[in-house]
Structure formats: structure tokens, C-alpha cells
Design a protein around this ligand. Structure first.
Ligand SMILES: Cc1cc2nc3c(=O)[nH]c(=O)nc-3n(C[C@H](O)[C@H](O)[C@H](O)COP(=O)(O)OP(=O)(O)OC[C@H]3O[C@@H](n4cnc5c(N)ncnc54)[C@H](O)[C@@H]3O)c2cc1C
Length: 285
């Protein structure tokens, strides 16, 4: 179905565009501004092997283009996009194909974390593949009760970790229900990663938390090049610029592609003001 120009305009605040070329153009601008990028070809929960193979092929093209155009960028992907719900074996093969090609071109692949229904399988698959592809990293969510143990185990294996708060609705049995608890957990796990992790990524727009962690790193003589701060495309650009100006490494997560709906809805749900922005846009039409 043809997409309306209005939908493209509406989503452009959080989504770089629909095509690989859009993503590469935005990455070039981000690089020119002094930040690196991680490119996410939007898509999740595919239901056929063909869709999973098609997503794998887009990532392979992306990795080639990043190399050919000498961009400072890596890729982020989801295992439900590579078909984990259809066949774990096929998903592993898709991921291995991407990670192997990235390794050959000295690039890095981040496996995003989805809902808690996938945590165990995602970490198991990534850990198994990491022994042959050290250029593979994972994501840990501070809202999960299990995350401290996961981090300790991942650090033992030398796997690179991105720490985020977590974007899915989870029951209290598996996740902290209160924001203050999620924030406290991020602070604790962030310190653990700064002290013992392998080039951790602190992925949040929470200024207070970032300032506290950056101060902690300074107090412990942790080099600014030993970790990076990550933020989403279109969110807190002012804060991205400020950390960059202070000499911190900043990586921007750049989503692109036609399957923007779930990603866009998660961004709206995170902040009531975003829903007003959408309503205003719709009323203007
Ligand atoms: C680089 C990166 C990768 C991520 N990868 C994953 C992943 O793999 N799995 C996963 O579950 N989650 C992922 N997330 C999402 C994350 O879990 C949070 O849902 C998201 O970052 C919002 O939480 P916050 O840390 O910014 O803190 P919050 O406390 O929610 O927000 C702090 C401040 O940030 C700003 N802000 C936050 N969200 C928005 C928004 N949508 N629009 C406008 N301003 C906003 C506001 O100023 C807010 O006060 C990722 C986030 C980042 C930055």
C-alpha cells in the first residue's frame, strides 16, 4: 500500500526515512556533527522465512555501504526480525552471516533486546555466536530483575553491552514497576559496566543519570574513550551536542524503513508530550 506523505512527515522526527539511502544520508550528517551512528532497519516479529532473509540482506547491503562510504557507523538489529520465532537455527544463520561480514569489514553488530519473552534466547544465541564473532554485542535493560546477573555473566565472556532502561510493558514479576527503581538500577548497573565492562554503551536521554555516571567515570580515572553515550535519533539533540562538546563519544541510534509503527508507538508511549505533538500534526492537516 502506498504510504501518505503525511505519515512520512509525521514519523520524520524519530525515523530517518524509508530507504538505505535515507539512513546513509542522515548518518553522514551525524558523522559531520561529530557523532557516530548505529543503523536500525525497522522491522520485528516477522512471520515468514522470506521476510527474515530479506532483512538479513538489507543488513548485508548496509554493512557494505557503511564500508564503501567510510562512515562511522555500525548496525543494530532484532532477532524477531531475523526469524527467531520461525526457526532458531535459521535466525542464528542469518545473524552469523551479518556478523561474519561485519567482522571481515571490521565493523560491529548490536543485537537489540526485545520483550522479556526473548531475553533468555537472545542472550544465549548471541553468547554462543560471540565465541566466533567477537564483534557482536548485546543490550541489557535496567528494568529487569535479572539484569545484574546477566551483566556479570556477559562481562565474564567479554561481550560488549549497551545498557538501556527498557521499552516494553513488563509484569512486576520480571521488571521493576516504579521508574525510581528502574533509574536506580540503571545507575548501579552503569557503574558496574564502567568499572568492569568491555567498552559499555550508556543508552539513555536521562540527563541526571548520565551526568552522575560520567562524573563517576571521571572520579575513577576511566578514560572517555572507554565507553560511549548513546541516544535515539531525534531525541534530546541538545544533550547529544553538549556531551559531544565536552569530549564524550556519542552514538546516535538511527532507525529507518517502512515498518516504523511499533518503534514510533514506543516513542510516543514514553512521553505524553509526543502524543500532543501527533495530535497537533493531525489537526493541522
Ligand atoms: C541508543 C538506544 C538504544 C536502545 N535500545 C533498546 C533496546 O535494545 N531495547 C529496549 O527495550 N529499549 C531500548 N532503548 C529504549 C530505552 O529502553 C528507553 O525506552 C528510552 O531510551 C527512553 O528512556 P530514557 O532512558 O531516555 O529515560 P526516561 O526516563 O524515559 O527519559 C529521560 C528523558 O529523556 C527524554 N525522552 C525520553 N524518551 C523520549 C521520547 N520518546 N521522546 C522525547 N523525549 C524523550 C525526556 O526528556 C525524558 O525526560 C534504547 C534507547 C537508546 C537511547
Amino acid at each position: 500500500m502506498e504510504e501518505s506523505p503525511s505519515a512520512a512527515r509525521l514519523t520524520s522526527r524519530f525515523v530517518a526515512g524509508r530507504t538505505i539511502e535515507d539512513a546513509l544520508r542522515v548518518t553522514r550528517q551525524i558523522n559531520q556533527g561529530g557523532s557516530s551512528a548505529t543503523l536500525d532497519y525497522l522491522g520485528e516479529s516477522v512471520t515468514t522465512g522470506q521476510e527474515a532473509s530479506a532483512a538479513r540482506d538489507v543488513y548485508l547491503r548496509l554493512i557494505e555501504a557503511i564500508h564503501a562510504q567510510n562512515l562511522n557507523a555500525n548496525v543494530s538489529l532484532k532477532l524477531t526480525q531475523l526469524g527467531i520465532d520461525i526457526s532458531e537455527q535459521a535466525c542464528r544463520e542469518n545473524l552469523a552471516a551479518i556478523a561474519n561480514r561485519a567482522r571481515a569489514l571490521e565493523n560491529f553488530v548490536r543485537v537489540d533486546m526485545e520483550s522479556s519473552a526473548y531475553t533468555e534466547r537472545t542472550l544465549a544465541l548471541a553468547t554462543a555466536l560471540h565465541s566466533s564473532c567477537a564483534n557482536l554485542g548485546v543490550v541489557v535493560q535496567s528494568y529487569l530483575h535479572r539484569s545484574e546477573k546477566d551483566i556479570e555473566e556477559l562481562i565474564r565472556c567479554g561481550i560488549r553491552i549497551r545498557l538501556c532502561k527498557g521499552a516494553y510493558a513488563e509484569p512486576p514479576e520480571v521488571a521493576f514497576p516504579r521508574k525510581s527503581q528502574v533509574d536506580a538500577s540503571f545507575d548501579k548497573l552503569g557503574r558496574l559496566l564502567l568499572l568492569t565492562g568491555n567498552y559499555p554503551a550508556l543508552a539513555t536521554h536521562d540527563e541526571k543519570l548520565l551526568l552522575a555516571l560520567v562524573r563517576f567515570a571521571g572520579d575513577h580515572n576511566i578514560d572517555r574513550n572507554a565507553y560511549e553515550i548513546q541516544m535515539l535519533y531525534g531525541i534530546r539533540r541538545d544533550l547529544q551536542a553538549r556531551f559531544r562538546a565536552q569530549g564524550h563519544r556519542v552514538r546516535v541510534y538511527v532507525p529507518f524503513g517502512g515498518a516504523w509503527y511499533p518503534y514510533f508507538m514506543r516513542r510516543l508511549a514514553e512521553r505524553p508530550a509526543n502524543a500532543y505533538f501527533v495530535a497537533r500534526h493531525l489537526l493541522r492537516r
